[in-house]
Write a new protein. Structure first.
Length: 236
C-alpha cells in the first residue's frame, strides 16, 4: 500500500466524518460541557524534567494537581505530539529508531469513567496488552459510514471492560463499551483514554501502534487521521 493510496483513503475517512452531523460522544456529557486542560508532554514542558515518570504516585500527582490548579475536570493530550514521556518504557525505546510521535488523542479522566461508541459499530477485536507502558485492555471497533469503513481504538481500559466480549457483536451509537482502568491495570499510566482513528488496521487485531518513530511519522499520521474529527473536544 503506497503512501498516496493511504492518503487518498484517509482523506475520504476524514471528509465523511467531518461532514457527519449525528456524531455521538465518546465520553460523558459532563466533561464536554467544560473546557479541557491541554497537556504538553513534549520537550517544551520543562516541568517533566523534574518528574520521575516511573513513580506512579508522582506521575498521577502531576496529572491530578495540574487539572486541579487549572480548574479543569479533564485533560487532553495532543495528536501528533513528539513526546518525551515514552522514555519511561522500553516498549518505545530503540537505539536505532525510538518511537515518540503520539498517533491518538488522550483524554485524562478518572478511572471508571465510562466510554461510549460515537457511531454504530461492530466489535472488531480486543486484547489485554499487558506490558509496562502499553495500552493495557484495548478495544477496537469497526465502523462503516456512507460506504467508507474505518476503525476506532480505545486503550487503557479496565480489565472488566473485556469481560464476556465477542468479536462481531453489533454496537449501537451511544452504547457504553468500556470504562477507564486504573494504574495497576491500564499499562501503568495515570488514568486516561487513548482514542485513535485508523483508516486501515493492516491486518492487526486487538492492538495497533499508538506511537510512531519520527522517521515513520508521515506514514502513520496519514494512516491515522486526527481523531478530533470524531471527539470534537478541541471545540468545547
Amino acid at each position: 500500500m503506497t503512501i498516496s493510496s493511504i492518503r487518498k483513503y484517509s482523506n475520504s475517512v476524514r471528509n465523511v466524518l467531518a461532514g457527519y452531523k449525528d456524531m455521538g460522544a465518546v465520553i460523558p456529557a459532563r466533561f464536554l460541557k467544560t473546557s479541557p486542560y491541554i497537556f504538553d508532554f513534549s520537550r517544551k514542558n520543562k516541568k517533566l524534567a523534574a518528574l520521575d515518570l516511573n513513580n506512579a504516585e508522582e506521575f498521577i500527582g502531576y496529572i491530578t494537581a495540574t487539572l486541579k490548579n487549572n480548574r479543569c475536570i479533564f485533560g487532553v493530550g495532543g495528536y501528533g505530539e513528539n513526546r518525551i514521556i515514552y522514555r519511561r518504557s522500553n516498549l518505545f525505546e530503540s537505539d536505532a529508531d525510538p518511537r515518540s510521535i503520539h498517533l491518538g488523542v488522550d483524554l485524562w479522566m478518572p478511572a471508571k469513567t465510562p466510554v461510549y461508541s460515537p457511531l454504530p459499530a461492530v466489535l472488531h477485536s480486543f486484547r489485554d496488552n499487558n506490558n509496562f507502558g502499553d495500552y493495557g485492555p484495548t478495544i477496537i471497533l469497526r465502523h462503516s459510514l456512507r460506504g467508507i469503513t474505518f476503525f476506532t481504538l480505545y486503550g487503557h481500559l479496565s480489565r472488566f471492560s473485556l469481560k464476556n466480549l465477542k468479536e462481531g457483536v453489533k454496537i449501537k451509537k451511544g452504547q457504553r463499551i468500556a470504562a477507564l482502568g486504573n494504574y495497576n491495570e491500564n499499562g501503568q499510566w495515570p488514568s486516561h483514554l487513548h482514542f485513535q482513528l485508523i483508516s486501515n488496521l493492516l491486518g492487526k487485531k486487538g492492538d495497533f501502534p499508538g506511537v510512531a518513530s519520527v522517521s515513520e511519522k508521515k506514514y502513520y499520521v496519514t494512516l491515522c487521521p486526527d481523531p478530533d474529527v470524531i471527539l470534537r473536544v478541541n471545540k468545547v
